[in-house]
Design a protein around this ligand. Structure first.
Ligand SMILES: NC(=O)c1ccc[n+]([C@@H]2O[C@H](COP(=O)([O-])OP(=O)(O)OC[C@H]3O[C@@H](n4cnc5c(N)ncnc54)[C@H](OP(=O)(O)O)[C@@H]3O)[C@@H](O)[C@H]2O)c1
Length: 356
């Protein structure tokens, strides 16, 4: 069972501290003031306002060597994921090895370890490989598809047996955050796409299939996910539990598209079975002219946003909807209005001169 350590003695290890959720949790913990974050990544962020250690989690020796100094970790948030590209499935072996190497290195040194939180996702339910009954519930089986999340969960359950620490797992869906330096960012992909189409005098075409336009999907607002991780790390009822953490309002792109078109003052287009990546290939010239015309920040269209990531997010061919009632029942009641989240993101990018 989780017990609360006097705050001054908390020391929180964040694996994947330079990633989207790892960095969000790190900043959130800094704001809370008494969590003593320490980050891990192969390439630490020199600007991070807390200590970071450079370590390659695929290398057991590197973990033993570099992490021997970490004697008194009380909380441990695992948000690392090995490199993967586009919509490909992550390597199960590499990701499980990374977590195992880390546990082997720090668990014997962490006599005061209270809690290990893993940031996982809806791929646990196998949504990328087959249609499933929705909404996904935390105790649904994952059928024949065993993702690296499933294998990591098994590993943690085995390692925790008979120990004083507890674990928890969050299962979010597509991350959203207001950041100008994060290319894997659906808000930025959409904001750039819409403003370029408007400049060209085109309607807001949907660059996916009629089916992907209609299926229901969800998003996870990163500040909410970061708060939920702290909730799980501290609340006794969350010990050894997994929770879906999504905004809470399943929507189809066909519901969002008219709102986006209205925001950018353009006509609503229809699905054209094209792709963001194809769209972006020949838009450098128009983008550079827009930068001059609207006095935007100087950016390179091909690297500013990860266009294939946008295609991955639009690629769903069936509903991917998670049930939030377990988290709400156990006390995490925060919900996010997804349309407002998107429109607020476009406002943010405008204020930061990223889009006109
Ligand atoms: N992004 C999403 O929309 C989304 C949605 C649902 C669930 N999730 C899940 O949430 C978790 C975190 O995702 P994310 O998008 O925040 O990750 P991310 O942005 O891709 O970051 C991955 C982190 O892992 C670190 N890392 C990778 N390989 C490493 C290695 N060999 N040794 C040490 N550190 C290593 C990276 O730092 P270095 O490269 O410097 O090593 C980075 O800090 C993953 O399980 C992911 O599947 C993500």
């Amino acid at each position: 069972m989780t017990t609360t350590t006097p705050s001054a003695r908390r020391k929180t290890l964040i694996a994947g501290a330079t990633g989207q959720i790892g960095s969000s949790v790190g900043m959130h913990l800094m704001g809370l003031g008494d969590w003593g974050p320490i980050g891990l990544a192969r390439t630490p962020d020199p600007k991070a306002p807390y200590p970071m250690i450079a370590v390659d989690l695929t290398d057991a020796f590197d973990c033993q060597n570099k992490l021997a100094q970490l004697q008194d970790i009380t909380h441990f948030l695992y948000a690392a994921r090995f490199d993967h590209f586009g919509g490909e499935l992550e390597s199960k072996d590499t990701n499980v090895t990374m977590l195992r190497n880390l546990l082997d290195a720090i668990e014997p040194l962490s006599k005061n370890l209270q809690h290990l939180h893993l940031v996982h996702g809806t791929k646990y339910y196998g949504h990328t490989v087959q249609e499933r009954r929705t909404p996904y519930r935390e105790d649904d089986t994952c059928g024949n598809f065993k993702s690296f999340y499933f294998e990591q969960q098994q590993l943690v359950q085995q390692r925790q047996f008979g120990q004083n620490w507890s674990w928890s797992i969050s299962r979010p869906h597509a991350f959203c955050n207001y950041r100008t330096d994060e290319a894997r960012n659906m808000l930025l992909v959409l904001g750039l796409y819409a403003s370029i189409l408007r400049e060209l005098g085109e309607p807001l075409h949907f660059p996916g299939t009629p089916r992907s336009f209609e299926v229901k999907t969800q998003f996870s607002w990163l500040p909410t996910l970061a708060r939920s991780a702290v909730w799980m790390m501290t609340e006794p009822q969350c010990a050894n539990q997994a929770y879906n953490i999504v905004n809470g309002d399943p929507l189809s792109w066909s519901e969002l598209w008219p709102l986006f078109a209205q925001y950018f003052k353009m006509a609503v287009g229809q699905p054209n079975s094209s792709s963001f990546a194809r769209f972006a290939t020949d838009k450098d010239a128009v983008w550079q002219s827009m930068i001059k015309k609207y006095d935007l920040k100087k950016t390179d269209l091909q690297t500013l946003a990860q266009w294939p990531y946008g295609d991955y997010v639009l690629s769903l061919q069936w509903d991917v909807v998670s049930d939030m009632s377990k988290a709400q029942r156990d006390g995490f009641t925060e919900t996010i209005n997804t349309p407002k989240m998107f429109l607020g993101g476009f406002d943010y990018f405008r204020e930061h001169k990223m889009i006109p």
